[in-house]
Design a protein around this ligand. Structure first.
Ligand code: BDP
Length: 692
């Protein structure tokens, strides 16, 4: 096995289980015909065929044990009078019912897409060994837009991508459509993803030209039956680059007219095009501020272009412009919060989970809850840009759960980030979540077997942000590695500890942004020579002889004030901030007494060692699973864990060597000095890091 099958692995069930399922899978029955219904029939056929030994036959009548699927357009389903009213366009119902006195299972939605999601859920029940004889399940997604963001360039290089090249083979499209596009759509539909932004936010305007739109249309045609819409990252200066205009000023009528015509053209190719994602005035990208206009003026102009077609504009709040703000963490809030209420109603502001940039751990972004009149969507990063790339085993379900459950106290205590996301700001306002994809053309899709779990978990949390990261990990493990309780408990154990492990061996206690120059991979906490202050790790950790940490309290940048008062008080006080965000918000003396009773310096060392030890524990746990796992995948993971261990050690040694040179305190008893001096770690040059 090479991992290509993902969680849709559909291995034969053991005989007893097959015997239990077969009486409830005697036939596949549908009275409708549309491309999605065809896909449901195919998926149920493939899955049940593989798990039971033979696919149930398609039949027009509904014999006992049939699986009847579709919408109320099917007379049989309509006659059941199912309570589909509250399930919306994408919800489904799975029920054990009687038709003409015969027991059957009905999988129904208001649309065939709803039924498709129901079918994937039904398959999952069987994969997980759940009983299927007395089913009564009703479910619908909590968020409207559940999107992947591909940071894929048109030359197939993937920014921050660690799984090979882009899966979009633009050169061969539209003439040749890799069958893999269909498997991509199946996998996404199985977890409820309903949209995909095909190209990088650092966008190339060429994607909006006719030849590329034909390629985009081909992908859209493949994805449509799976309920997946395509979106594109739009380059704000496209009217100049491909339109021959002299300006991209959003208030210039010619510019607005150009975008309107461009949108009309896109919709001629892709009638259900989802809309644009825009990175503007950030990291050198063009934007409305180039013309003295606001983010809202830029977004609204684009929104007007797609509005007649029902499209949206997702305008990113990740602004990291070429000025030197007093605190980088404050910039998005400072620029966007005052614009609340000024965005058109088909604009959604897309906010990263934390205020800096996908660090191993960040407090939740202060914009969540602070723009009550503006739809905000979450941007998570599935690709592990700052978490060891594909080789480090880090399960992100826990990190995301932590963010989604954080209490914003806006407007009141108990309003979590998830609540902010899934409560429309007015009737009909869009809600959503995006994940920066970790998918490439590697056979295993994600660059590592375990990174598939992050794609999977993202989809499950996008469907229901209240799901538990633990439960999702267990489901994934059972479908990916085999349904054996000992295996599941060992694997989920590794996954659940893995996030804290990477935090500990890279950036413990609220530290962040410590990587060396040119990549986001290895350690470089000493780096202080980059032209912008807020590019340097020394800016982020601010270590000196007295202590370490970025003072974001009132005595410092006062970034805490961007949070609701109770949150600001908690983060702003040394007594209540807790270990996780300590050095994010405070500059703390090296001898500060921690909750553990240790000094801060000792605790830092203990954390670094704990992180490395956790990786060693994962290696051991994994080694013990060899008899239960196919050789190829087992070896791949073993090798990756060995790389992770070495690199965790590298992070630990380099950071302790450097911070020790500033703290000038002895290592706590039982903790070894780094094997080399600081110069050695400073001299390490990483020859090649993918995805930059
Ligand atoms: C940073 C990445 C950079 C992205 C940027 C973004 O390093 O490659 O372009 O975020 O989100 O994390 O726009």
């Amino acid at each position: 096995e090479d991992g290509y099958d993902l969680w849709l692995r559909y291995r034969a069930l053991e005989a007893g289980q097959q015997d239990r399922i077969r009486p409830h899978a005697t036939a596949l029955v549908s009275e409708e015909s549309d491309p999605t219904i065809d896909r449901i029939a195919a998926e149920l056929g493939t899955a049940l065929g593989a798990m039971l030994g033979a696919p149930p036959p398609a039949r027009r009548d509904a014999p006992a044990g049939a699986i009847v699927f579709g919408t109320p357009k099917s007379p049989r389903i309509a006659a059941l009078g199912l309570p589909l009213g509250k399930l919306g366009r994408e919800g489904y119902l799975i029920r054990s019912v009687a038709i003409d006195g015969k027991p059957v299972t009905v999988i129904a939605g208001n649309t065939s897409i709803g039924a498709l999601y129901g079918a994937f859920r039904f398959i999952r029940l069987i994969q997980l060994g759940e009983p299927i004889d007395r089913l009564d399940i009703a479910d619908r997604p909590r968020l409207d837009l559940r999107l992947l963001n591909h940071w894929d360039n048109l030359d197939r290089h993937v920014e921050r991508g660690y799984a090979g090249q882009s899966i979009w083979d633009w050169q061969k499209l539209p003439g040749f459509a890799d069958p893999r596009y269909t498997d991509y759509a199946r996998a996404n539909a199985s977890i409820g993803i309903n949209g995909t932004v095909l190209n990088n936010v650092n966008s190339n305007a060429d994607i909006l030209t006719e030849p590329f739109l034909k390629k985009v249309a081909k992908l859209a045609d493949i994805f449509r039956p799976y309920g997946i819409r395509v979106y594109l990252s739009a380059r704000f200066s496209a009217p100049i680059e491909i339109g021959g205009l002299k300006t991209a000023d959003p208030l210039d009528p010619e510019v607005a007219a150009w975008w309107k015509a461009k949108a009309d053209e896109i919709y001629r190719h892709v009638p259900d095009f989802g809309g644009f994602l825009v990175k503007a005035n950030s990291e050198g990208q063009p934007g409305p501020q180039d013309y003295g206009r606001s983010h809202a003026e830029g977004a609204n102009m684009l929104a007007a272009a797609v509005r007649p077609h029902g499209g949206v504009v997702m305008w990113r709040a990740f602004v990291y412009a070429n000025e030197n703000p007093d605190d980088r963490a404050k910039q998005a809030y400072s620029e966007f919060q005052p614009l609340d209420g000024t965005f058109a109603d088909n604009v959604i502001v897309q906010v990263k989970n934390g205020p800096i940039d996908f660090q191993p751990r960040e407090p939740f972004h202060p914009l969540f809850g602070a723009m009550p009149k503006t739809p905000l969507m979450m941007e998570f990063q599935i690709t592990k840009e700052y978490l060891g790339f594909a080789t480090h085993l880090v399960y992100l379900g826990g990190l995301w759960e932590e963010v989604l459950r954080a209490d914003t106290h806006r407007p009141r205590a108990g309003t979590t980030v998830a609540d902010v996301l899934d409560t429309p700001v007015r009737a009909g306002a869009p809600t959503g979540i995006a994940g920066v994809a970790n998918i490439g053309n590697d056979r295993n899709w994600s660059g590592s077997q375990f990174d598939q779990a992050n794609w999977y978990a993202f989809g499950r949390l996008a469907w229901n942000p209240d799901e538990s990261g633990h439960a999702i990990a267990a489901d994934w493990s059972r479908m990916t590695w085999g349904d054996d309780p000992a295996l599941t408990s060992a694997i989920t154990g590794m996954m659940l500890r893995s996030h804290q492990a990477v935090v500990d061996y890279m950036t413990p206690l609220g530290l962040n942004h410590l990587m060396a120059t040119g990549h986001h991979y290895g350690p470089g906490p000493w780096v202080d020579d980059l032209p912008r202050r807020d590019w340097n790790p020394t800016y982020f950790h601010d270590a000196d002889a007295a202590g370490i940490g970025f003072d974001r309290t009132r005595t410092g940048s006062n970034a805490v004030a961007q949070y609701a008062a109770p949150v600001a008080r908690r983060f702003g006080s040394l007594a209540t901030v807790g270990d996780d965000y300590l050095l994010w918000f405070h500059h703390v003396p090296w001898d500060h007494r921690m909750a553990s009773g240790r000094t801060l310096w000792d605790e830092l060392v203990v954390r670094y060692d704990r992180g490395v030890a956790e990786v060693a524990a994962m290696q051991q746990a994994w080694a013990a699973l060899a008899p239960k796992i196919d050789a190829r995948r087992h070896r791949e993971v073993s090798d990756f864990l060995a790389i992770q261990r070495e690199e965790a050690k590298w992070w630990r040694d380099a950071c302790i060597a450097y911070f020790g040179s500033i703290a000038k305190r002895p290592l706590p008893a039982g903790h070894a000095a780094p094997p080399h001096d600081l110069q050695y770690y400073k001299a390490i040059r990483h020859p090649y890091a993918p995805g930059n």
